[in-house]
Design a protein around this ligand. Structure first.
Ligand code: FAD
Length: 487
């Protein structure tokens, strides 16, 4: 007797978990290609998301291709043409250039608006949304994926050919796929507050470096003529252990830093300070498995130097849509097929993320902070007299250039030359004008070396772990450099 197995009935081709920029952009691209897409989103649109609201030129190019930049609402958002870099008692204001291939400068767009526009574009393209609906689990079988969801206390299941995790930095899908949580050395913490009645230049974002938060940064991004998004991002492992209320770090910085205080003027905080964890890219972590794929923050696509992730969420969504389109056509959802997406991510972003990761792992050792502060000072000094050099630095922060552009020989030579100049001229004038200060700065350097040696003696395990991470990330960068030479 012949038995006929009942056919697996799919509710959709692709179930996307999360409707932020990554999930909604992917839904838009797939729906435009005629695929049946369901997006399950835990919240209801329009919804806020803790962010600096800085949307880079590359992110806006992606939005432009989706038809999102043609509206009056987009035209009303704040365009950024300058960046101010501040370090104790020194600063540089840099005009942002616009490379020809990019149509827009960066804009500041509150996420409650930006994410809603992408969601509407996806719905108009034909994607179906289940809002206030959380994906709680999934099971991959030979035939498809059974997804468990909860919507307003009702539990139900959806059958799909493939499931995508676009569910942000605490991704349920990523955790299940990898079977582990990301290591602390790959975690950042971000805080954001909105301020009203902040005046000053509307076209200038400011970034503040301080030893206390390094390798993190503080920022002020103007929303328009009288409001600003102010916040900080820090590597979680370097948050001082005695910090009882992390939000205090932000208010104390604002209270103690003369430059940010001057910029805020009579401005006052509106609403609460909100925090959010971020996980950055670990090239050893999986972002694909049989019938499963991760995009955006869920895949760790965050630049740990700048905290930017919107452009990577949008880019990864487009690349994932190309892989998934081919997978649906061939009816092949194996990890090997989905790995074409991983290869694209590595090819386009691998070098950049490896370099940023190495710099962050290196600077995670707080004993070396004075050295990094000196390097930043040298870079700021050079930026004042060298527009091309300044342009590279500003481009890295704006997300216009990849960070590995800074690795080119002229940039490194200029930094070293400037460092040599400062070391030759500054000590002589400092010795002449301020002998006590000169002696202090020399003893700071030897203190740094002594502290470093003491740390190795006191906690060899921790120092060995740090060295291992630095070496690993260094090897990864070296691999990318060799790869690029071979191309
Ligand atoms: C303080 C801070 C400042 C930042 N500033 C900037 C900046 O200025 N510029 C920049 O480019 N980037 C910035 N980022 C990073 C940026 O916010 C992220 O990279 C971006 O939001 C990634 O988009 P995404 O779609 O991958 O994830 P998200 O925007 O996090 O969207 C994930 C969605 O998934 C939903 N979800 C989660 N779990 C489930 C579930 N189980 N079921 C259903 N839905 C679920 C969530 O509700 C959410 O809507 C900042 C981040 C922080 C924390």
């Amino acid at each position: 007797m012949i038995t006929i197995k009942p056919r697996f009935q799919f509710d959709c081709d692709v179930l996307i978990t999360g409707g932020g920029p990554g999930g909604s952009a992917l839904a838009y691209h797939l729906a435009r290609k005629g695929h049946k897409v369901i997006v399950a989103e835990a919240e209801q649109f329009p919804r806020d998301k803790v962010c600096g609201d800085g949307v880079s030129p590359i992110a806006i190019s992606e939005l432009h291709a989706m038809g999102i930049t043609g509206t009056e609402k987009f035209r009303q958002t704040n365009e950024i043409k300058k960046v101010g870099l501040f370090i104790q008692n020194d600063k540089v204001i840099i005009d942002l250039s616009k490379p020809e291939h990019l149509l827009f400068h960066a804009h500041i767009i509150p996420r409650i608006e930006l994410d809603h526009w992408i969601y509407e574009a996806a719905k108009n393209a034909g994607a179906q949304y289940f809002e206030k609906c959380r994906v709680t689990d999934y099971v991959v079988t030979d035939q498809g994926v059974n997804v468990s969801l909860t919507q307003e206390k009702r539990n139900f299941q959806i059958k799909t050919k493939v499931i995508v995790g676009a569910d942000g930095s605490s991704s349920t899908i990523g955790r299940k796929m990898r079977g582990t949580k990301p290591g602390e050395e790959f975690q950042l913490l971000g805080l954001r507050a909105y301020y009203e009645n902040v005046h000053g230049p509307t076209d200038r974002v400011d970034i503040y470096f301080s030893g206390e938060s390094f390798p993190g940064i503080y920022w002020l991004f103007p929303k328009g003529p009288d409001g600003a998004n102010i916040g900080m991002a820090m590597v979680s492992a370097t948050i001082p252990q005695n910090t009882r209320h992390i939000s205090k770090m932000l208010t104390e910085h604002i209270g103690n830093n003369a430059d940010i205080k001057e910029r805020i003027g009579p401005g006052k905080i509106s609403g609460k300070i909100a925090g959010w964890p971020l996980v950055f890219y670990n090239s050893e972590s999986r972002i694909t498995a049989n019938r499963v794929l991760l995009v955006g923050d869920a895949a760790g696509l965050i630049n740990p130097l700048s905290g930017d992730g919107i452009q990577y969420a949008l880019l990864s969504a487009r690349w994932a849509s190309e892989t998934l389109d081919a997978a649906i056509t061939r009816n092949d959802f194996s990890e090997a097929r989905l790995n074409t997406y991983r290869e694209k991510v590595d090819q386009e972003l691998g070098f950049d993320f490896a370099l940023s990761n190495m710099l962050v792992q290196f600077s995670r050792n707080k004993t070396l902070t004075p050295v990094w502060m000196s390097i930043l000072r040298i870079m700021i000094a050079r930026s004042k007299d060298d527009p091309a050099y300044a342009d590279t630095i500003a481009g890295i922060f704006e997300g216009t250039y990849p960070s590995h552009q800074a690795l080119n020989l002229p940039f490194i030579l200029k930094t070293l030359l400037q460092g040599g100049k400062e070391m030759a001229v500054a000590p002589l004038s400092e010795l002449w004008n301020n002998p006590a200060g000169f002696a202090r700065s020399k003893s700071e350097l030897s203190d740094t070396v002594m502290q470093f040696l003491k740390n190795i003696k006191n906690d060899p395990k921790d120092q060995a772990r740090w060295l291992l991470n630095v070496t690993r990330s260094g090897i990864s960068v070296a691999g990318h450099i060799l790869g690029s030479l071979g191309r």
